[in-house]
Design a protein around this ligand. Structure first.
Ligand code: PRT
Ligand code: ZN
Length: 284
């Protein structure tokens, strides 16, 4: 019994999808022009597909799992289960209007023509706000639609915003915040569910480790109490005496979000020689 996972054949999701599986300790050959490959040390087969086709393959059970953008999964409306968010390929599906327009709010969109490759998500968004607009589905280069007179506004993916900027557009509304997600065929047989749970346990350890850093520092003994008070470690920090009298080495794990804040406070409290080390896996 093997799990089959569909990932993007090439494109923005490919590298991070392969990297995630490899960080989960799964070894496979991912050469170009492959349609599939088998992992050597985990019962997993990897299928390489266009991202747009992945939800359908997973719904049909041709693949048990898939890695795809939440935007694609949402747009395709196939019957799949959302298993986990994977933290990469973050972007937003947004409505944008030409810079010269005074955008006042969603009522501005009433009766307008909006070009998009995401008609389903856009229609859902507009009808929830009682806006009726003319949704014009196109298959690519959405950002040029207002400039060539094809539409009044667009609804497209944005990450840095530079495509909008270069095309004289301003972001007006966020329809969906997206990132890569792991989806599954609903009602997997028990044996596959067991394998999925194993894989998910590994994915979660990898994801957790990305959010945390291991830090070590030297602290005067009389400051250990105060320094420990700053550190929100998973458990209490480890303290070891240094050969140098009156000093200790203190080790703990901190979350990336508060990181710089914590480092500044540690320095103020007299910590020295602070080392920050990435964590490869974190099993809690
Ligand atoms: O060939 P295949 O069909 O498999 O790939 P694709 O060409 O359809 O998709 P691909 O590889 O471009 O994107 C795959 C997924 O990456 C998308 O479905 C999103 O989930 C995610 N993603 C993240 C993005 C972006 N960021 C992104 N910026 N997908 C597309 N873009 C495009 C956007 O469409 C626009 O043209 O980048 C431009 C905007 O970028 P900024 O940085 O200028 O704002
Ligand atoms: Zn695609």
């Amino acid at each position: 019994m093997k799990l089959k996972i569909a990932i993007q054949k090439s494109g923005r999701l490919y590298d991070d999808s392969v990297k995630l599986l490899k960080e989960c300790g799964i070894e496979f050959n991912n050469g170009v022009n492959r349609l599939r490959s088998e992992a050597v040390n985990f019962p997993l087969e990897v299928l390489y597909l266009r991202d747009d086709d992945i939800p359908q393959y997973v719904a049909d059970g041709v693949a048990d799992l898939g890695i795809v953008g939440a935007n694609v999964s949402g747009e395709k409306q196939k019957s799949v289960v959302l298993v986990d968010e994977l933290g990469f390929a973050k972007c937003r599906l947004s409505i944008a209007v030409p810079n010269r327009e005074q955008y006042t709010g969603t009522e501005w969109l009433q009766g307008k023509k909006i070009a998009t490759t995401y008609p389903v998500l856009l229609r859902e968004y507009l009808s929830a706000r009682q806006i009726s607009a003319d949704i014009h589905e196109i298959s690519g280069s959405v950002e040029i639609a207002p400039g060539i007179g094809l539409a009044d506004a667009i609804c497209d993916l944005v990450s840095s915003g530079s495509t909008l900027f270069l095309n004289g557009l301003q972001e007006a509304e966020v329809v969906l915040r997206s990132e890569a997600v792991l989806i599954a065929h609903p009602g997997l047989p028990e044996e596959k569910q067991v394998l999925l749970d194993k894989l998910l346990f590994r994915i979660q350890s990898v994801k957790r480790s990305r959010n945390y850093k291991y830090i070590l520092m030297n602290v005067p003994d009389d400051r250990i109490g105060r320094v420990t008070g700053i550190l929100p470690g998973i458990k209490s920090p480890t303290v070891m005496s240094l050969v140098k009298d009156g000093w200790s080495s203190l080790h703990t794990v901190v979350q990336e979000d508060d990181f710089w804040n914590i480092i500044e406070q540690l320095k103020e409290e007299g910590a020295e020689g602070i080392l920050v080390i990435p964590i490869e896996k974190m099993i809690v």
